[in-house]
Design a protein around this ligand. Structure first.
Ligand code: CA
Length: 241
């Protein structure tokens, strides 16, 4: 089989402010990447559904359809493309909502171009199939839960889990270290991979969504357990019969 030529990643930017859109196009093209830009919500959603992108950078406030609406709609349709949300500094609630609705990361406006590029690069790296050495384990199992890193897929029994790239990385990290307790700061460093200003709620909200997908409930988790005052631990708990 001929090796596939390496194409630069294809990014979609959904941003109605022309100056910011132009800035994003200029700097993201440098990654390098092919960058498409659209300026309103409905066109953004149509573009995102029309062809596969490697990542989408979208503004929260857009004419026609908000960034949150677009996130929700893409995830509802099973699209796992990495999403980076741009939000205003003041709106903490918007950021939390964005993550709840399936965004993988957010950057607050006004943003540093360098930071934004680093975040997009990190999203692309996580989403790309890893060029892992053949000896590295690519599949982990725990009871009926299985995860395949090479294929970026996970299953609970016969049900395939629909995970965002970050949820996938969190689950892989946990399953690779069963029984080990991680603080939120450790998870931010080891899974997010950059200084995240210590936003514990970022970890909490991703873990809550992951737990919901694993069928874990806060009081009776089977897989991901809260270690009060410390962090989280992944371990299969078998109910006594
Ligand atoms: Ca806007």
């Amino acid at each position: 089989m001929q090796p596939m030529p390496m194409l630069p990643p294809h990014l979609l930017v959904i941003e109605d402010e022309q100056d910011i859109a132009a800035l994003l196009r200029l700097h993201l093209s440098d990654l390098p990447a092919q960058v498409d830009v659209v300026a309103d919500g409905p066109s953004g959603l149509a573009a995102a559904l029309g062809q596969p992108f490697d990542a989408i950078v979208l503004d929260l406030r857009l004419p026609g359809l908000s960034g949150l609406d677009i996130c929700r709609e893409l995830r509802a349709r099973g699209q796992r493309v990495p999403l980076l949300m741009l939000t205003a500094r003041a709106s903490e609630l918007d950021r939390v909502l964005g993550l709840e609705l399936g965004a993988d990361d957010y950057v607050t406006k006004p943003f540093s171009v360098l930071e934004l590029k680093a975040r997009v690069r990190a999203l692309l790296r996580r989403a790309a199939p890893p060029a892992a050495p053949a000896v590295a384990r690519s599949r982990l199992d725990c009871a009926e839960l299985s995860i395949d890193r090479a294929r970026r897929r996970a299953w609970l029994g016969t049900l395939e889990l629909v995970l965002t790239p970050r949820e996938f990385d969190l689950l892989w990290h946990f399953m690779g270290h069963p029984g080990r307790v991680f603080t939120r700061a450790e998870l931010l460093e080891q899974v997010w991979g950059y200084g995240h200003d210590g936003y514990d709620h970022t970890v909490n909200s991703h873990i809550n969504r992951l737990r919901a997908k694993l069928g874990d409930d806060r009081s009776e988790s089977r897989f991901i357990h809260t270690v009060w005052g410390v962090g989280y631990r992944f371990e299969l708990v078998v109910e006594a019969s």
